[in-house]
Design a protein around this ligand. Structure first.
Ligand SMILES: [Mg+2]
Length: 217
């Protein structure tokens, strides 16, 4: 990743969950809520739904050769992504777990002086707004792209192409940052965008050092 021509970058597109914050308890709450939703439509227990989803995720991953999203598993099991997200909106409480981190706020504030910042997430707009407000990031980013814009979850080439058109930049000018290569980064990478895998706070904070040319650091 250190060989990328970072000097061409004019915008950064961040994934949200697992990238701009990492919270295992909230991540497992999302999986639990999805299991409750699937249990409801299948008429099975919460525990059975959890096992069914895990088995389905594994089967789809083996068939496709890539990591599978919750959206893909939900659809495969006959669920509706819209309904799943309405259920998320009414049950999930990110505020109960997330912790505002001043280091992330300051990082994005400094990056925003040099780049346009965006969020592109498989989360929905209501929860994304609540999470970014709670984390103190809402005023720093120039735009947010959520799953309810199209109801096509990442990875989706059409959405990345539309996103680049909306931002008005060429692929080589837009850096994508995410915690799952197959979900967040493979499509932008194939389209010619620089990408950066960040799966914890240390990796996220290191992004700034990679972006600043050596002569300025
Ligand atoms: Mg993520």
């Amino acid at each position: 990743m250190s060989h990328l021509t970072y000097s061409e970058i004019r915008a950064i597109v961040f994934d949200l969950d697992g990238t701009l914050y990492v919270c295992d308890r909230f991540a497992s709450d999302i999986q639990d809520a999805a299991a409750v939703y699937i249990a409801g439509i299948k008429g099975i227990s919460h525990a059975e739904a959890g096992l069914l989803m895990a088995a389905t995720r594994l089967r789809l991953a083996e068939e496709s050769g890539t990591v599978q999203t919750l959206s893909a598993v939900c659809t495969e099991l006959g669920g509706s992504i819209q309904e799943l997200h309405r259920f998320f909106e009414s049950t999930l409480r990110p505020e109960a777990y997330l912790v505002r981190d001043e280091r992330v706020i300051r990082l994005l504030e400094r990056l925003a002086e040099r780049y346009s910042l965006y969020i592109y997430t498989n989360n929905n707009r209501v929860l994304t707004t609540r999470i970014t407000n709670y984390l103190g990031l809402e005023g720093i980013v120039s735009g947010i792209f959520t799953i309810d814009d199209t109801w096509c979850g990442k990875p989706d080439e059409g959405m990345v192409i539309r996103l680049l058109e909306k931002i008005g930049l060429a692929p080589n000018e837009v850096l994508f940052v995410g915690d799952r290569y197959d979900v967040d980064l493979r499509v932008p990478d194939q389209l010619g965008c620089p990408v950066y895998l960040s799966q914890n706070l240390e990796q996220l904070l290191r992004l700034e050092n990679l972006l600043v040319p050596a002569t300025l650091s």
